[in-house]
Design a protein around this ligand. Sequence first.
Ligand SMILES: Nc1ncnc2c1ncn2[C@@H]1O[C@H](COP(=O)(O)OP(=O)(O)O)[C@@H](O)[C@H]1O
Ligand SMILES: [Mg+2]
Length: 349
Amino acid sequence: MTATKLKVSVLYDVWEEEPVEVQEEVPAPRKRKGQTKRRKKVVKQDREEIFEALEKLGHEPSYYILDGRRQSLLGLAKCGADLVFNLTESYAGDDTKEMNVTAFLDMLEIPYTGSGPHANVLAQDKSIAKKMFAFYGIQSPYFATSYRGALDHAHDISFPLIVKPTSEDGSIGIDAAAVVTNVKELMERVHYIQTEFDSPALIEEYIEGREIYAAILGSYENAYALPLVELDLSKLPKGMPRIASQDVKFEKNTEAYKLTKSAIAEDLDEETTTKLSEIALKAYRAVKLRDYGRIDMRVSSKGEVYVIEANPNPWLSSGQEFAMAAKKSGLSYTQMIGEIVDLAMARHA
Ligand SMILES: Nc1ncnc2c1ncn2[C@@H]1O[C@H](COP(=O)(O)OP(=O)(O)O)[C@@H](O)[C@H]1O
Ligand SMILES: [Mg+2]
């Protein structure tokens, strides 16, 4: 554990859609991985929990907000932090600029937690990540992408399929109609993704199976998988596709939310657990994640494992899967934050 007291700037971004009073010390709504633009404010934000953990660790935390104005960028350059705890997901509401923020911090030579710009590039566009997975022999569902008539594919794909935006997270664009079983539904959904999100559509084979998340802590050869977490979708009503839609993830008042829950996957046999953990680690490294990340997978009834996506800097809220896995491994929330701080500082030692 870092013995020295660090000035840690908890960095997050706000965007126009949710106007806030921008004062540097005041927490404000922000988009997090696994959180949609339509999401209502939660009681305690992850950044507040992280702030408190940093205090308990003996550090000196403060908040810094990137609000999309040049002024806030210039301020960041002069913030004087020993470490940035990076919770940004976008810049000025543009998710594709997540990588610009980390690249900016690199240029300023300010140490920061989590993945760097190269991982942002490789993991954010799911079709790029899937090409990396293929190179490393990591199984991921067969897919094609379609954008304004241009098609990119390497395999024949067959129904049922799931259609999603290539580069969103938080299940944006993923609802019951995302799973399609015929050409008409497919064409309609591709059209929807293109018009609604101005994004290429990722058309992927739908994998029936259990949904397992592997939280990974560490970097490169020293990364390791924490106990696996399952999102149990088996209780969803008949006819509703078993997917982690926006409702399942965030909409507390929906049936879908109430009937699903994440918990440590206690009943997986040792062989399956080892297989899932090893595949998750391979995927983590394939797209160059570091410090902490979460790999989303599906395992079929035959025990076949498919990587669905790799999440750099996943949501660290204490109720979420990453913290759940860390707790099961014996780390308190504060210790988990301490580990992430140490990993980031070690990179700059
Ligand atoms: N190929 C697939 N087969 C089965 N379910 C899928 C597939 N792709 C996505 N899903 C379901 O949709 C959810 C969200 O998809 P994901 O690609 O992880 O998007 P996000 O980045 O928004 O989390 C997954 O957690 C899973 O439940
Ligand atoms: Mg996901």
